[in-house]
Write a protein that binds this ligand. Structure first.
Ligand SMILES: O=C(O)/C=C/C(=O)CC(=O)CC(=O)O
Ligand SMILES: [Ca+2]
Ligand SMILES: [Mg+2]
Length: 366
């Protein structure tokens, strides 16, 4: 649990102690280091002022934090604190940028017309989600209700997860060039875009996801600053994208894990994503729409080519038809009440080491 949380990482979070106020901290091993005495934006109650300040201040703050942590500050055990949503989520956008995921889902949900839609390799497809229901890891997830088909309303029978990587916007902007990605994006966090597949199948044509995904989206309490991450070459893209989507910008070598009731069921590779986060932000703002501090955009479900690299249970179990066996001997197609899902992640750091992105978890309640 402590591995991957050294000086090369130092993700930001917001914590409180019993009856205490919220403070900004960084994670070191299984402890938190309180940054409130460092002054400036680090003394705030959330990451919002620091995030709004821009790249120069982000790099300066990180240097200050590294010096502070190196000097041997008091360590507060994680078990003694409550972790909160570290920033106010402004708008929430979700993309659909894994080719493997898009192909899998189309063959399961649209067997009559499988394959990528005609625009898929021309633009990063996405939809605007619901920021008010973004919750911090550990928040229980009540099973959503909805229309399951014609004439039927009730609790979903096909409750699913989507393992995703979230990008947190710091500095506002519009028409953001892919080359300005790092001027606007503060850091990354893990996301679980809970999805009710029966509601989704019934409601989504032609406008896309609505109530099937708006009931809850969970995020890790930790935001790893971009400065901590190594960049990787972007994926090959054919056809060549339009000018406003070029150059593709950096990719990131992140590896996710999905645990279902503590059984590891999948290891989605983020490096297999088709569109980069820089292209997603450029596209999102290409019409003149602004982004503001606290905007969260998610990569889209991360699925690799193999079955055990699926970022959703829809794919892993072929819509429930091929259940997975858990360590306790039981089988699952979709989530049951009481089930617990934990999505973890690791990354290659700017220092060349392997660091942890923490995890995002949730338990289904009635
Ligand atoms: O292809 C579809 O109809 C549906 C796809 C999704 O549910 C995925 C979605 O939310 C976007 C993503 O996470 O990739
Ligand atoms: Ca999603
Ligand atoms: Mg969601």
């Amino acid at each position: 649990m402590s591995a991957g949380f050294g000086l090369d990482n130092l993700p930001y979070g917001v914590f409180s102690r019993p009856n205490g106020e919220r403070r900004i901290g960084v994670r070191l091993g299984t402890d938190v280091v309180d940054l409130s005495a460092l002054g400036g934006h680090l003394s705030a109650r959330s990451l919002d002022p620091l995030m709004a300040a821009g790249r120069r201040e982000w790099t300066a703050a990180r240097e200050q934090v590294v010096a502070h942590v190196t000097a041997g500050p008091p360590l507060i055990p994680l078990r003694d604190v409550t972790l909160h949503l570290p920033f106010a989520v402004a708008d929430y956008t979700d993309f659909y940028s894994s080719e493997h995921h898009a192909l899998n889902v189309s063959s399961i949900l649209r067997p009559e017309s499988p394959g990528l839609s005609p625009q898929w390799k021309h633009l990063p497809i996405g939809y605007h989600g619901r920021s008010a229901t973004v919750v911090v890891s550990g928040t229980p997830i009540p099973r959503p209700h909805g229309q399951l088909g014609a004439g039927e309303f009730g609790p979903t029978r096909r409750l699913d997860v989507e393992a995703e990587v979230g990008f947190v916007v710091g500095r506002p902007g519009r028409r953001i060039a892919t080359t300005d990605f790092a001027e606007h994006v503060f850091g990354v966090t893990l996301v679980n875009d809970w999805s009710a597949r029966d509601l989704q199948a019934w409601e989504y044509r032609p406008l896309g996801p609505f109530l099937a995904k708006s009931f809850a989206t969970s995020v890790s309490p930790w935001v790893t600053p971009l400065d901590a991450l190594a960049t990787a070459p972007p994926p090959a893209q054919d056809p060549e994208p339009l000018d406003y989507l070029r150059p593709a910008g950096p990719a990131f070598d992140l590896r996710l894990t999905v645990e279902w009731n503590d059984t590891l069921v999948s290891t989605p590779p983020f490096a297999s994503m088709y569109w980069t986060a820089a292209q997603q932000l450029a596209h999102l703002t290409s019409n003149g729409a602004s982004v503001r501090t606290g905007d969260l955009y998610a990569s889209g479900t991360v699925s690799g080519p193999a079955r055990d690299q699926a970022g959703s249970f829809l794919e892993l179990t072929r819509n429930g038809d091929e259940p997975v066996k858990l360590a306790d001997g039981t089988e699952r197609g979709f989530l049951l009440d009481g089930d617990h899902v934990r999505i973890g992640g690791t990354a290659r750091s700017a220092a060349g080491t392997e660091i942890s992105l923490g995890s995002v978890s949730g338990t289904i309640v009635t």
